[in-house]
Design a protein around this ligand. Structure first.
Ligand code: NAI
Length: 626
């Protein structure tokens, strides 16, 4: 640690999440009005709008606290230690000689609380409660400088600490230590409360204790302050994702639309995580300046808009939401199968024209009909189960070996499926080889009077051939949700010859567009990204080898991404051995182009080890989690 820095910590709303007097007010039997008055006085004093001694006197009088309640108060305070101090307990204990707690709270309660953090009782400078003969608090030791306004500065000056002093506190009285010249730094601590006046006056804001330690140069002893991780979210990403990132302490910037390449390149310079949907093109140029970027979240299904190779080359992991809208697509497909079998598209058009055509001609139930599913993946399989529950007979065709669910039957060929089904629905993925998978030849094999659906990708079906089938009436109807060319923005005109056909049920690529799917995507992708940042886990990553990792217990985790060439693991282990690092766990996974090695090691290692690993040839990215 930097040898000459001393930390002066405030207690109320800094070391603990609450104000001692407000918590005491909750414990004594008193009315809500009394608690409200105490809180008001605290806020006035904290903001520097009321003199300190009268604030304290007034609150103690209102409170009427008895000695017997102190153990309970101490226990409650112990359970309310601020998270970023609790997680740095080891640091606090190891550096207790350099840490002083200076507070206007009361030593009778402060000492037992800070001792649980490993801090020293003789480094607690606090007020002393006095009691009357019946055990009720009747005041304070008014000779203690801390019972007056400028008391904290006086105490810190009197400590005469031989080095730079950094004060950490949420209130005006903490800032006054710095203002009086008794300390060289002041951190407005905002993890528990944000006091406008204090934040405005302070040069340094600390959303957590990690930030203080990082800024003071105590690297390696603590967690990387999450408030230094910037998240940029484009294209109206769901509020649940924003909330998840904010909950983690990241700084989130949301932009409603997408950005062009130049704007993106500029923004990405200091961003750690970017979240996009389908409209943002994440090109190599846009990524060129993104030296801090760790991960990309595609808050959608497809990742065609992202240059995955460029991301790999920078050691940037990409995550998407492959299953979040599966159910939405399935429900729409089911509804459309029913609508097509009942000739509803034609009926709707007639009704629009005022034509009453009540007839059962060509309309049939789906029960007992055969559904042919082309592509038995996430969507195909779920559709299979739901269609069976409606009484349909399901057969499927997939180029990969797939387990048939329920009573579904696998077809030996696509032709067999086409020739035997009453409804054919396509759910293959978008690989280039699937272009024109269903064309004139395939439609000709389908049963006369059957229905057809495509909710997969536009290029998979030859829509000219489909047009002929529908126009001639050979197929009863078709539902199409995806097109080879789709308007880029809402409101742009959609031109297509299928529009003129009454038996074509056309939708604007909304198979997966439901509120539930959007919410699920927001939650799923943000959780993958947060997990990757916190643990290095790459499960469900689109471009990284998948590693699911155990939590790091009492270890520092070295995360190394490299080009997949032989011998990198050996280099890493040589460096670890040369520096005498104790390996607690190691995980390696490679894929075609990159390798991913995670090593958990004991906390006592030198910075030189990290430098040596960083310098290993073919290293794409290296970071340490602690
Ligand atoms: P998936 O990857 O889980 O399943 C695709 C399946 O198709 C795989 O089992 C694969 O082996 C199979 N397959 C690929 N080519 C084939 C071929 N030529 N013949 C037979 N089987 C083949 O994908 P998932 O999640 O089920 O999605 C399916 C399609 O739906 C994708 O194209 C996806 O882009 C699209 N989709 C459309 C949405 C919409 O809004 N309309 C929303 C979500 C997905």
């Amino acid at each position: 640690m930097p040898a000459d820095i001393f930390l002066v910590l405030d207690f109320d709303s800094t070391l603990v999440r609450v104000e001692t007097l407000e918590l005491a007010a909750e414990l004594v039997a008193g009315d809500a009005g009394m608690r409200e008055r105490i809180k008001k006085i605290t806020d006035q004093a904290m903001a520097g709008r009321m003199d300190f001694r009268s604030a304290l006197t007034q609150r103690l009088q209102l409170l009427h606290l008895h000695l017997d309640l102190l153990p309970k108060l101490i226990a409650r305070l112990q359970s309310k230690i601020t998270p970023s101090f609790a997680s740095n307990r080891a640091f606090l204990a190891a550096n207790a000689d350099r840490i002083h707690v200076v507070t206007s709270a009361f030593q009778q309660v402060v000492i037992p609380v800070v001792e649980t953090l490993g801090l020293r009782a003789d480094h607690v400078h606090a007020n002393t409660l006095t009691f009357d003969s019946t055990g009720y608090v009747n005041g304070l030791d008014w000779n203690n400088p801390l019972s007056a306004d400028d008391g904290k500065a006086k105490i810190v000056t009197a400590l005469n600490l031989p080095g730079e002093i950094a004060v950490v506190g949420d209130g005006w009285s903490d800032y006054e230590i710095f203002r009086a010249g008794a300390a060289q730094r002041f951190y407005a601590f905002t993890e528990n409360v944000q006091r406008k006046e204090v934040i405005k006056a302070a040069k340094n804001i600390a959303p957590s204790f990690d930030e203080v330690l990082y800024d003071c140069g105590f690297r390696g002893a603590l967690s990387y302050p999450k408030n230094r991780l910037k998240v940029l979210l484009l294209e109206n990403i769901h509020a649940d994702a924003v909330a998840a990132f904010e909950q983690e302490g990241y700084v989130v910037e949301s932009v409603a639309g997408s950005l062009d390449e130049t704007q993106l390149a500029k923004k990405l310079m200091d961003v750690a995580i970017i979240g996009i949907r389908s409209k943002t093109q994440l090109t190599e140029q846009a990524l060129a300046s993104a030296s801090r970027l760790l991960a990309v979240g595609a808050f959608c299904i497809g990742t065609n808009q992202i240059d995955l190779a460029a991301c790999e080359h920078k050691g940037v992991a990409v995550f998407n939401a492959p299953f979040s809208n599966t159910r939405s697509v399935v429900e729409l497909a089911l509804a459309e199968i029913i609508l097509l079998m009942r000739c509803i598209p034609e009926k709707l058009r007639l009704m629009d024209q005022g034509v009453w055509d009540k007839s059962a001609k060509a309309a049939s139930e789906v029960r007992g009909k055969r559904l042919g599913i082309v592509g038995y993946g996430n969507i195909g399989m779920q559709l299979s189960v739901l269609a069976e529950s409606l009484g349909m007979e399901v057969c499927f065709y997939d180029i990969a070996e797939k387990l048939a669910l329920g009573r579904a039957r696998k077809c030996a060929s696509l032709d067999e499926l086409l020739e035997t089904s009453d409804a054919v629905t396509v759910h293959v993925d978008g690989r280039p080889e699937n272009a024109g998978l269903i064309g004139t030849r395939e439609f000709a094999r389908m049963r006369a009077g059957s229905v057809f659906l495509n909710l997969s990708r536009g290029h998979v079906v030859d829509l000219e051939a489909l047009h002929q089938q529908l126009d001639s009436g050979r197929l009863r109807g078709a539902a199409v949700d995806v097109f080879p060319e789709e308007p880029r923005v809402n409101g742009e005109t959609f031109e297509h010859t299928l529009r003129s056909l009454p038996n074509a049920l056309l939708t604007p690529h909304i198979g997966g567009s439901t509120l539930e799917a959007q919410q699920d995507i927001g939650r799923f992708v943000s959780s993958r990204l947060i997990d990757f940042i916190n643990t290095g886990s790459t499960e469900n990553s689109v471009n990284f080898p998948a590693l699911r990792l155990p939590p790091q217990a009492e270890a520092h985790r070295l995360i190394h991404v490299h080009e997949n060439v032989p011998g990198i693991l050996a280099h890493i282990n040589q460096a670890l051995a040369a520096h005498g690092a104790n390996i607690l766990g190691q995980y390696l996974k490679t894929q075609e182009r990159i390798g991913y090695v995670i090593t958990d090691i004991n906390r006592n290692y030198s910075e030189a080890l990290l430098e040596d690993i960083r310098r290993i040839p073919h290293t794409l990215r290296f970071r340490v989690l602690y």
